[in-house]
Design a protein. Structure first.
Length: 203
């Protein structure tokens, strides 16, 4: 009788494991479908980059819809090419933008960074630059997390990452699990005007 009970318990545990695994896979599928459906867009026309974490975007957007709508509205309704250099407040400390205009750097002059408190929305306004993306869990930390600056840095030689060419048609969204290496030079584009919007992370 005890043997039968053990078998039944083992079977139930296995079923729970299979269902949990299937749900996790379905969540990625459902998240991607939700992102592609575009109900979040509200007039926002830009593409999202191919490496987007659909599950995290769905989670963060649904948790802080107001912040995300404000960020997308700022991009949509602002003449980005006329934006002044510096910080632009969108919603206090919850959503704000920074505009930079200057030269990009050779790969060996750039570094990996990640943030805990804020999600980065990267958009090139004019020009092109390369950006790297990788999972910081796989990298060696060189500068531990600084809570004041909301940044952690990683060894540039510990992991290669995936690289993309940023242009004005595509928005790049970097969550805390997306360490990134922006500002890399692209041949033919010595100067780039760029917008980075910070959106507070929903816990």
């Amino acid at each position: 009788m005890k043997s039968i009970s053990k078998i039944i318990i083992a079977f139930l545990v296995l079923v729970c494991f299979i269902n949990t695994h299937a749900s996790a896979q379905m969540s990625e599928s459902k998240a991607k479908a939700w992102v592609n459906k575009g109900e979040w867009r509200s007039g926002f026309k830009l593409k999202l980059y191919a490496g987007l974490d659909n599950v995290e975007f769905t989670k963060q957007y649904q948790a802080n819809k107001k912040y995300w709508d404000e960020a997308f509205a700022f991009i949509t309704n602002t003449k980005l090419d006329t934006l002044s250099i510096g910080k632009h407040i969108i919603d206090g400390d919850n959503v704000f933008a920074t505009v930079a205009d200057g030269p990009t750097k050779d790969l060996d002059k750039t570094g990996w960074e990640a943030h805990h408190k804020y999600i980065d929305l990267h958009l090139v306004i004019s020009g092109r630059e390369k950006i790297g993306v990788m999972n910081p869990a796989m990298a060696k930390v060189t500068n531990p997390y600084d809570d004041t600056k909301d940044v952690e840095n990683y060894d540039v030689n510990s992991i290669k990452g995936e690289y993309y060419i940023e242009d004005p048609s595509t928005l790049y969204i970097m969550f805390p699990q997306n360490a990134h290496r922006p500002g890399i030079h692209v041949d033919g584009y010595d100067k780039v005007k760029k917008l980075v919007i910070k959106v507070r992370v929903a816990k």
